[in-house]
Design a protein around this ligand. Structure first.
Ligand code: LMR
Length: 327
């Protein structure tokens, strides 16, 4: 695989980071929904660049960003059918396969990204990667994006401001319950549809990370963004158990090593990527509202009761472990 071949393939494939795969190479299709410049897009492209360089002749990785291949509703099924080999859906998107990951959707569960990183690397977190094996999926790594912010077509300062508004949420029972706790109307919807829904007023607001709000241009069709940091969007890099176990052991080990190195490298950068996106949103003239400690506490008081509804799914022990890391 030469640089020229890559350049030609890039031009032909209209944005997908294609490598020209040679006959005999094991092809890995990596499908995702965010922009190539998002934390996930950057990590996927670095992974592909390293695999295509270091495993040339053996393995070839093609990255399909921006929902060019599958949206998150379809990608896990496609993986079980062997149509795609890797993906990194947000932790909110695994509900059909495990309820353990619901802990990441519970509002105000983690105080910052360091706490999330520590929890994912704890015994409880690491065990989650194997929690879907029975269903044919294996978690390989956790990838970071960042903390979520709220926005709407009117200012959001106190939880009452969200009352009666329609908010796009990821398809997740926890996030539906979170919005109901605010007396808002949750609208589960695929990521690729959010901009249009905000623009046309099908929904009034949304929650996402700075980098997703920036790269999807949500900020352009909202009144402003409120810095709530009320939850997290992170990912699990997943593969099919059957496909992974069918790989030659040496190839599997080399892939796992590269993936782990890319994970460590990009996870340390995700906060910077989000900070830059936040700054770009401010520079574009969009209002970013910071909350006073009292205002923030009002959001906590309104949303935290949701924990009790899902304690049975995620386990009181996992919640306790997360809270211990916060302290
Ligand atoms: C969303 O649907 O809002 C996110 O899961 C998108 C993503 O992958 O970051």
């Amino acid at each position: 695989l030469t640089t020229t071949a890559t350049a030609v393939a890039l031009t032909l494939s209209a944005g997908a980071a294609f490598a020209a795969c040679d006959p005999g190479e094991t092809v890995i299709k990596f499908s995702h929904v965010t922009s190539a410049t998002s934390p996930k897009g950057l990590a996927a492209d670095l992974l592909a660049a390293r695999v295509n360089d270091e495993m040339d002749g053996k393995v070839c990785m093609e990255v399909y960003p921006n929902t060019t291949l599958y949206d998150d509703d379809k990608v896990l099924e496609a993986m079980l059918n062997g149509d795609v080999q890797m993906a990194a859906p947000s932790l909110s998107k695994f509900e059909k396969y495990t309820k353990k990951l619901r802990i990441f959707d519970l509002p105000f569960m983690f105080k910052n990204m360091d706490a999330i990183d520590a929890f994912q690397n704890s015994e409880t977190g690491q065990a989650m990667k194997q929690s879907m094996m029975r269903r044919g999926l294996l978690g390989l790594e956790f990838w970071h994006n960042g903390l979520k912010q709220f926005s709407a077509d009117k200012p959001l300062v106190l939880p009452e401001d969200a009352k009666g508004l329609k908010f796009r949420v990821q398809p997740s029972d926890v996030l539906v319950a979170q919005m109901e706790a605010l007396d808002a109307s949750p609208q589960p919807m695929a990521f690729s549809e959010v901009y249009g829904a905000l623009q046309t007023g099908v929904v009034d607001g949304q929650e996402n990370t700075w980098s997703n709000i920036y790269t999807q241009k949500f900020f352009e069709v909202q009144d402003g963004i409120t810095e709530t940091n009320h939850g997290v969007i992170d990912y699990m890099v997943v593969t099919s158990v059957e496909w992974w176990e069918g790989l030659d052991p040496e190839i599997r080990d080399q892939l796992a090593t590269i993936l782990h190195e890319v994970t460590v490298q990009r996870n340390t950068e995700s906060t910077n990527v989000n900070e830059q996106a936040k700054q770009a949103i401010i520079d574009a003239g969009t209002t970013v509202r910071e909350l006073t400690p009292e205002q923030r506490q009002a959001w906590v008081d309104a949303m935290k009761p949701v924990w009790a509804q899902f304690e049975g799914d995620v386990g009181a022990d996992a919640i306790a472990a997360a809270q211990e890391i916060n302290d």
